[in-house]
Design a protein around this ligand. Structure first.
Ligand code: CMP
Length: 242
């Protein structure tokens, strides 16, 4: 779509707006295009299947637009009659609707498997794993995404890193957490505002647990609770410079 827009500024807006504005617009669009292409390339590297399917969808949509134009031309030139034209267009519309649907991004997020990657749950039996899998929501984190904002109140969620890494912006120097770690527990335990920014570095898979499920789960699993408290105490100690 961005490429089409560039062609459009080139062909139609230049004569209308004059050289300078058209050039500026073109430069802005070129920048966007580069960003979009970089993002697509990154997505393809990370999720090759999805990237391929996405690309196939774009090609399919372009082909359908060409087909659309061809039928209109045939009809305009009276090569086909209205009835045939209408029937062809109905069929085409149906295929266009199908092609407009984005392919599903399969993150490989079988929640049970993701839960098992978190050492905190290592000692929990199968029933416990299924219970926690029913409570957490999987989600994809993207590079630079701010997951927890320092000073925020009322954001009652805790995060588990099933894969990937985050940076916790604590003085004197940021701490990195990776696969299997968790964060966001302090605000839930102390009922204080979030004590640091937490940002994704790279792509990753997270499991998000709502505060009230967190408390209920900890009540039912004292050993997990003990471990969470232990980690929380250590983190608070570091913050106080102990
Ligand atoms: P919370 O205060 O809810 O939100 C920010 C989170 O960053 C915090 O919970 C902890 O999970 C995490 N965090 C804070 N300090 C540290 C630290 N020193 N090391 C690792 N993680 C931390």
């Amino acid at each position: 779509a961005l490429r089409e827009l560039r062609a459009f500024t080139e062909a139609s807006l230049r004569p209308l707006l004059g050289e300078t504005i058209a050039l500026e617009l073109d430069r802005a669009l070129a920048g966007r295009l580069e960003l979009a292409e970089t993002a697509l390339a990154a997505l393809k590297l990370q999720y090759p299947d999805y990237g391929r399917r996405l690309e196939a969808r774009y090609l399919e949509r372009a082909a359908l637009r060409m087909e659309d134009a061809a039928y209109r031309r045939l009809f305009a030139e009276s090569v086909i009659g209205r009835e045939v034209f209408n029937s062809l267009m109905r069929d085409l519309r149906a295929r266009q609707r199908e092609a407009d649907r984005e392919p599903r991004l399969d993150l490989g997020m079988e929640v049970d498997d993701l839960v098992r990657r978190v050492p905190l749950f290592a000692a929990i039996d199968e029933a416990g794993i299924r219970e926690i899998a029913g409570l957490v929501k999987p989600r994809l984190g993207v590079p630079g995404e701010l997951l927890v904002k320092r000073g925020t109140r009322g954001d009652r969620r805790m995060f588990f890193i099933a894969s990937g890494a985050v940076e916790v912006d604590v003085p004197p120097k940021p701490v990195r957490l990776g696969t299997g770690d968790f964060f966001g527990e302090l605000a839930l335990l102390t009922r204080q505002p979030r004590n640091a920014d937490v940002t994704m570095i790279g792509y990753g898979k997270l499991l998000v647990l709502e505060g009230r499920d967190f408390h209920r789960f900890l009540r039912a699993h004292p050993d997990v609770r003990e471990r969470v408290h232990e980690v929380a105490r250590a983190r608070q100690g570091i913050r106080r410079g102990a």
